[in-house]
Design a protein around this ligand. Structure first.
Ligand code: ATP
Ligand code: HMH
Length: 277
């Protein structure tokens, strides 16, 4: 007997230590019970201490991988992560325009936890002009939202202002992740296509093991949308999942360790959903 498991695709870079990028995406897809395919645009020699080397895959090989996917699989949602350079960004944009997948999640990955740049300056401009308008959902963290919106973020008002600017650039829905602060609670801000907005509040876990949190939440949202959930439900459920993977840490490496994708999601992982903060 077979069943209709949704098939989703991640287009991103590989992290040799298995914590971020495509590895995090595939683990997250599997935990949400969807089938994950992957198109590799970059190899990174990376561990929990940082990124040591990056090798971009040729545009021809990226094209070949994308073609192989559409020739055979039936993809219902796509996410992109690390894209590196302009050629790759443009290739992905052309691919998305030529194939109607319905759902595209843009995680505008710019800098790794250790500080390495995973998207060059020209590619940032290209992401803004050619990918952002195609996005069903964009999931910037605070520094990425600052770059995309031009708004300096110091408080909740600034997060709302930045999200609105990013939506005006063309992304239908915006999840502005609030992990990059040192406050006792983390607040993620969500602005939906119909103007509805809300906050997700959770208690910050005092840990260095947060390698791949952004990849993991955007992959989990991609999976939940492919399973037919509405945007708000998909985001809240993905947030509970990433919270479980952070809260039930495993000891790997000596720096920013990876998440525990085997973690069970329980009541404690549900974020507080608030209209205003
Ligand atoms: N220490 C923490 N405790 C609890 N939740 C966290 C913590 N750090 C991040 N999160 C949550 O994880 C998710 C990802 O947020 P974050 O802002 O860290 O993304 P990111 O910077 O893109 O991650 P990365 O670059 O590691 O992939 C958000 O929902 C955020 O609230
Ligand atoms: C390959 C890759 N993608 C994304 C990130 C950001 O988490 C990373 N560190 N490495």
């Amino acid at each position: 007997m077979t069943n209709e498991t949704p098939q989703v695709l991640t287009i991103a870079g590989i992290d040799s230590s298995g914590g971020a990028g495509i590895s995090a995406d595939l683990k997250s897809f599997a935990a949400q019970h969807v089938y994950g395919a992957n198109v590799v645009v970059a190899l990174t020699a990376q561990n929990t201490l940082g990124v040591q080397e990056v090798l971009m895959i040729s545009p021809e090989m990226i094209h070949a991988q994308l073609q192989s996917i559409v020739d055979d699989l039936r993809i219902s949602a796509v996410k992109s992560g690390m894209l590196g350079d302009v050629v790759t960004v443009e290739k992905v944009a052309d691919f998305l325009k030529m194939n109607e997948f319905g759902t595209y999640i843009l995680d505008p990955v710019m800098v790794a936890k250790g500080g390495a740049h995973l998207l060059n300056d020209k590619a940032i401009v290209a992401v803004k002009s050619v990918l952002l308008p195609l996005a069903t959902l964009i999931t910037p963290n605070i520094p990425e939202a600052e770059v995309l919106s031009g708004v300096t973020i110091n408080d909740h008002q600034d997060m709302m202002k930045a999200a609105l600017k990013i939506q005006k650039l063309g992304a239908k829905n915006v999840l502005l992740k609030g992990g990059h602060t040192s406050a006792k609670h983390v607040y993620d801000y969500i602005l939906l296509a119909d103007g509805h907005h809300f906050w997700m509040k959770s208690t910050r876990v005092d840990t260095k093991r947060t390698h791949g949190t952004g990849d993991t939440i955007s992959a989990a949202i991609t999976a939940q949308l492919a399973l037919g959930k509405d945007m708000k439900t998909a985001i809240i459920s993905a947030k509970a999942y990433v919270d479980a993977t952070i809260r039930n840490g495993i000891q790997v490496g000596h720096g920013h360790g990876p998440l525990n994708h085997q973690a069970k999601v329980t009541e404690v992982n549900n974020p507080e959903v608030l209209a205003n903060v």
